[in-house]
Design a protein around this ligand. Structure first.
Ligand code: GLA
Length: 392
């Protein structure tokens, strides 16, 4: 964990100026996977792993960026931002700046020092945390009032255009709107949301399989295209249907013959997952952990068999967790093809769970996992010099 003071002091050494400091959280999704680009429902939690940005203004119109993670620096001319993805960490910051400017928000030149604690490419929203922290920092520096929902939409656009992933809104939205001790139930069509208290007797534990499969970005866009083709086929028979969110399982069954097998299974995942999110929200409110456990199990199987975004390591981690004491639910989380699982674990069994899952996973997968006991965190915010925080 980088201390505020350390980042400030590194910034001062690098740029000979005093910075302001911001941080945006990563996230873990409890349930509602691959539903957000289908106008559906999601239930993420912002976690206490952050991307930090130290920033100070410059007199010119340049962004001078330095990443501590990559030990690498880049300059961006705000008057001549090159378009499109370059497959470089700075794409996210360049993209957010370009989109904000395109929205008519004039940004100042600035020096930025970035430090990410969210494991990169592990399905915990590291790119969204980078987009949101830098977007928020740039807007604050410019003295522009920040609408958190608008910022999350700008960051999503940046990811589409400058990173080439046609992601949904979940990661950016929770990084902006996270709340300590709460999960967030989001309707990704209307962007209406509700904070759901996380019961104190449960810990949210994230297990990192430590594998990342390269196909993730391509397969993600392919899944999205498959859902769109499902919508086109269904809409020919159900004219009211705009997105898979508008279909029920009975609509799908009645029109199954109109869909190729694979597209049918993709649609079945999304449609059933939306139902599971709504049921999980009720179960969480009622602290009905038996129901939550079933829903998370079904979600994982649906992602594995119908949506085909799991992998052996994720399946192993989930199967091992399900056998341990005090587990109220386990499933893969995020885009898939590696990355992390999310586990709801009874608080007093949490220490035992961490030891056992690490031992068992290493035995079965031959890899040492990372295990994080997460605290639900606030959305993006400025960190004041005293260590106190303020919210926009
Ligand atoms: C990635 C995307 C999100 C969402 C998840 C899958 O994290 O950024 O928008 O689609 O995958 O649920």
């Amino acid at each position: 964990m980088v201390q505020d003071a350390e980042l400030r002091s590194n910034f001062e050494k690098l740029y000979q100026a005093r910075p302001r400091l911001y941080r945006a959280p990563g996230r873990v999704n409890l349930i509602g996977e691959h539903t957000d680009y289908n106008d559906g429902f999601v239930m993420p939690v912002a976690v206490d792993l952050y991307t930090w940005v130290a920033i100070a203004p410059r007199r010119d119109r340049k962004l001078v960026l330095h990443s501590q993670n990559y030990s690498d620096g880049v300059e961006v001319d705000l008057d001549r931002v090159s378009p499109g993805p370059r497959r470089h960490w700075s794409d996210y910051v360049r993209g957010v700046a370009a989109i904000l400017e395109r929205m008519g928000l004039r940004l100042p030149g600035a020096s930025l020092l970035i430090h990410g604690e969210v494991p990169i490419g592990s399905g915990l929203g590291s790119s969204a945390a980078l987009e949101v922290s830098s977007g928020y920092a740039l807007l604050s520096l410019a003295g522009i009032p920040i609408d958190r929902t608008q910022l999350s939409l700008a960051c999503q656009r940046a990811e589409h255009e400058f990173a080439g992933t046609r992601c949904g809104i979940m990661d950016q939205f929770i990084s902006c709107h996270g709340r300590s001790e709460h999960a967030l139930l989001l309707d990704t069509r209307s962007l209406a949301f509700e904070w759901l208290p996380l019961p104190s007797q449960v810990n949210v534990i994230v297990c990192n399989t430590m594998v990342k499969h390269n196909l993730a970005a391509d397969e993600y866009n392919t899944r999205r295209a498959e859902c769109e083709s499902g919508v086109r086929a269904l809409a020919a028979r159900l004219p009211e249907l705009r997105a898979l969110r508008d279909a029920g399982l009975s609509d799908l069954e009645e029109n199954a013959a109109a869909l190729p097998q694979k597209i049918y299974r993709r649609c079945r995942h999304v449609i059933s997952e939306n139902e599971r999110v709504k049921a999980a929200a009720c179960a969480l409110k009622e602290k009905n952990f038996a129901v939550l456990r079933c829903l998370m199990g079904e979600s994982h199987r649906s992602l594995r068999d119908d949506y085909e975004v799991s992998c052996r390591e994720l399946d192993v981690m989930v199967e091992l967790a399900a056998q341990l004491e005090g587990v109220y639910g386990a499933r893969m989380t995020g885009g898939g093809f590696g990355g992390c699982t999310v586990n709801l674990v009874r608080a007093e069994k949490s220490a035992q769970f961490q030891t056992r899952i690490a031992q068992e996973y290493e035995k079965h997968a031959g890899l040492k996992p990372e295990v994080y006991v997460c605290t639900a965190a606030e959305g993006v915010q400025e960190r004041l010099g005293t260590g106190e925080s303020i919210c926009a």
